[in-house]
Write a protein that binds this ligand. Structure first.
Ligand code: WTA
Length: 656
């Protein structure tokens, strides 16, 4: 029986959660309204209470101490409290759930045995890693780079750093040696933790040789701790390289958690902005953990005993907050997957869900669209009855992918939480809650507790009141998970986020608040195009294109157009087995005109067998814009793409 029933709300079709979902949920509609009002009306009282969900060594007496004014930006939460994140994620669970599985590790190769790591085992492993790091000279406040595959050692390394008060900075294993070197140097790290090789999709990346290449550009004092994953050959530099597996055999099983201030940095994570080199986003210890834990529990409606799976990589913020810190602070069972959605075939995600009886599944729209293009049979041959909640993150989800997720994966039973947030925000900012909101495909809908979104007029910077309005998205007041600064460059932090719109945190995204007061993210404002004086979200055109049954994926950018100012350039990937033709070009043009309106009519449609994506699955629009602009000289660095050769193909077949 279908338990989520579609109904028409004021503006869009919406899906009301079933009575069963509502009855089981931590938060229903009435509770959401009450808690939300309390959270924004009296943040000190609200967060003062929520802060108690984690263990403090010295309890805080202050809650919020924040200034969003350019020139004096400061963000402090629970500032006089002390705690240890590793103790919160492990030690405090030992008495009640020492034997419970903390981490399920599912390797790249489905024939390799999965591992179930209990909280006691996690404690032992983390303590040993902490002792190894200390023996290598790492102490409080020192930086450690983690460049590892999606293996349990990545979690041990994060928690070991947190345990001794070192600041970790994870570099996604898909990054090149140059990118790695920049981050080692940028954070002035003492140690790099890596592995011999990273298996992914049946292939292996030589991580240690990448690290070797990177370390040629770093200070001689930087040491390298090497985890054995495949046993593949590595070159060894005596005195610099340390053998994790050998040292772990000798290391002590206990390490005392360091007493950290709530505002001490927990980690630095490099992320790209619209200008300049990637910046080091700094997150705190106390506020970050409170926020990651609370959002994980309420947004995924996590209950004791559930098996939770987030398919992100720990190299991205989603992996930090929603594979490691949030779930483990809550004593959850969290699944770490080393592989990719399509290896050995397109049913891998669903097979893993069945194998481990996953209850909450959290992934990115791009993965869903790719899998949707492969056909329903890959999903339908799996059972998937364990699934209860589905989630998405990373980009606006088009209604077609949403519907496919809802109908084919969730069988109409599982609420979908479309979570809007950013590396900078530390945790979810806007999302429906499973038992509280009727879902609208493609909308992030409601602010999380304590989040005060505002829609600003991009020109005047004034708040736009009322509903059925559109503008840029800013946040009016702080929340505990907010980034504190840019590593080594507080000025850049202030300029990037607090200078365009005075007194607000500016998200860089555009958004719409519909007639019901629900929020729709329209994409980065740098992706907004202006066609004949009409402002348009490229996501809108993409959504229209992928609604066509023959289209698997589409990316749309603006390009200079003599008459219109900007024209609409569309890269279109067709469904498997569909042939491109001039007829189809015309058909798609007409389709988009009818879906959105004549102003959205594509000027150029280029067939794209593949789109340039980062290894985390984000489409690199910058490259697509350059190709659309016929400007190949300044494509920039394409080495971080999952498949750099797609760029050559797009250039060779450029349309128009
Ligand atoms: C986009 C990922 C629409 C947005 C956690 C944001 C989204 C950027 C959504 C941050 C969503 C993320 N709907 N857009 N549910 N989630 N975004 O730092 O443009 O990798 O600014 O953090 O992704 O990306 P980041």
């Amino acid at each position: 029986m279908n338990t989520t029933a579609p109904s028409e709300s004021a503006t869009e079709k919406s899906y009301t959660p079933s009575a069963e979902v509502i009855a089981n949920a931590h938060v229903d509609a009435a509770k959401y309204d009450k808690m939300y009002a309390a959270s924004v009306n009296d943040p000190d009282a609200f967060w003062g209470e929520q802060g108690k969900r984690i263990d403090w060594i010295k309890p805080y007496t202050q809650v919020k101490d924040v200034d969003f004014n350019l020139g004096s930006v400061k963000i402090n939460w629970f500032a006089d409290g002390t705690l240890n994140v590793s103790a919160n994620c492990i030690d405090r669970h030992l008495e009640t759930r020492g034997d419970q599985t903390a981490i399920i590790f599912e390797p790249d190769d489905p024939n390799e045995a999965a591992q179930h790591i209990s909280y006691s085992e996690l404690h032992r492993r983390t303590c040993r890693m902490a002792n190894i790091l200390e023996s290598m000279g790492v102490g409080k406040g020192d930086r450690v780079i983690i460049y590892l595959p999606m293996i349990p050692e990545a979690a041990y390394a994060m928690l070991a750093c947190a345990r001794i008060g070192a600041i970790h900075s994870i570099v996604f294993a898909g990054f090149s040696p140059d990118a790695l070197a920049a981050r080692i140097n940028g954070s002035d790290a003492k140690v790099v933790i890596t592995a011999d090789e990273a298996p992914r999709g049946g292939r292996k990346t030589a991580l240690k040789s990448n690290a070797d290449a990177a370390l040629l550009h770093c200070k001689d004092s930087v040491k390298c701790l090497v985890v054995k994953r495949t046993g593949g050959q590595t070159t060894w530099v005596d005195g610099r390289d340390f053998d994790y597996n050998a040292m772990a055999l000798e290391a002590d099983d206990y390490s005392k958690p360091a007493e950290m201030n709530a505002e001490d940095p927990l980690f630095v994570l490099y992320t790209s902005g619209s200008t300049g080199q990637p910046k080091g986003v700094v997150h705190s210890t106390g506020g970050y953990l409170v926020y990651a834990a609370l959002t994980h529990e309420l947004v995924f409606d996590y209950h004791d005993g559930d098996v939770y799976w987030c398919t992100a990589d720990v190299g991205w913020v989603t992996g930090h907050s929603y594979i490691v810190y949030g779930p483990l602070a809550n004593g959850a069972t969290t699944l770490m997957f080393e592989g990719v959605p399509t290896y050995p075939d397109a049913s891998r995600f669903w097979q893993v869900c069945d194998k481990h009886k996953v209850n909450q599944f959290y992934t990115a729209p791009t993965a869903l669209r790719a899998l949707m293009g492969q056909g329903n049979e890959w999903v339908e041959k799996c059972d998937l009855s364990s699934l209860r909640i589905l989630g998405t993150v990373g980009e606006p989800i088009n209604p077609e992918a949403w519907n496919w997720y809802n109908d084919i994966v969730g069988k109409g039973r599982c609420p979908i939480v479309d979570t809007w947030w950013q590396t900078e925000t530390g945790g979810h900012m806007m999302t429906p809650l499973p038992g509280a909101h009727a879902l609208k495909p493609g909308s992030a809908q409601k602010p999380f507790f304590g989040v005060h979104p505002v829609v600003l007029d991009p020109q005047s910077g004034e708040e736009i009141e009322g509903n059925d309005v559109e503008g840029v998205l800013a946040i009016k007041d702080s929340w505990p998970g907010q980034m504190r600064t840019v590593w080594g460059d507080h000025d850049r932090f202030e300029k990037t986020y607090f200078s365009d719109y005075k007194g607000y945190y500016f998200s860089g995204d555009g958004c719409r608040r519909d007639a019901d007061g629900d929020y729709w993210i329209t994409g980065r404002v740098d992706d907004v195009i202006n066609v004949s004086g009409h402002r348009m979200g490229t996501a809108e055109v993409e959504s229209a294109l992928v609604a066509h049954p023959k289209v698997a994926e589409a990316a749309v950018v603006g390009y200079p157009h003599d008459i219109k100012g900007q024209g609409i350039y569309c890269y279109v990937t067709l469904m498997n087995g569909v042939e491109s033709s001039d007829e189809l070009t015309k058909e798609l043009r007409t389709w988009v005109r009818t879906e959105i309106g004549p102003i959205a009519s594509p000027d150029v449609i280029q067939w794209a067998p593949g789109l340039p994506k980062t290894r985390s699955g984000k489409i690199m629009r910058r490259i697509l814009r350059k190709i659309a602009e016929n400007d190949y000289g300044s494509l920039g660095d394409t080495s971080t793409l999952a498949d750099p050769s797609v760029v050559d193909d797009l250039i060779a077949n450029r349309a128009g």
